[in-house]
Write a protein that binds this ligand. Sequence first.
Ligand SMILES: [Zn+2]
Length: 223
Amino acid sequence: MTLLGPVWVAAPHPDDEALGCGALLAALTAAGREVWALLLTDGGFSHPGSREFPRDRLAAERAAEWRAGLGVLGVPPERTAALNLPDGALAACDPAEVERLVRAAFVSAPPATLLLPWRRDPHPDHRAAWEPLTAACPPGARVLGYAVWLAERGAVADWPAPTEARAWTWAVGEHRAAKARAVAAHATQLGRVTDDPGGFTLAPEMVRRALEGPELYFEEMMG
Ligand SMILES: [Zn+2]
């Protein structure tokens, strides 16, 4: 799988990029490819009941975790952009407005390759990201959908049909340690927020599966 740069990885939430494509990103930057990252939402809705981490603080922490994790994967802060759209409510945003914001972010380095959650990855924000992101992508750019929650939460119909997309697998292999550190950077999703029992925590089995690999990518077939 040869991917031309600039490569952009779009994450609806901080951690999607590490879980879904940490090993590929590490391999790309190690090979000298220019990788950029785009964060769509503020990530501030993972622990709505926490008093210690009210939304603004949580969003700031998560943005810092996101940049730290990307740094481990070889993506420097100056190649990151965050749109700060509302976590959990991307589907309620005007797609044309989201597309406009994405286009503005892409101006700094128009993508030759775009990585984004597969169009039916089972999370409403992931699904809502597909249309505005692909619409903002320059013609001719290669678009690969990555899997985040398909294995855990996907129904059969969420996976691409055989005629719909070509599936690629990427072994985690030599980049497992880097991917593990990138995932571990997301401490707020791994138990650091202790005062919201209803809040979100990444299940250890999910993290294990993501680190075991392989990573899955789907490229839609044309015509
Ligand atoms: Zn997500």
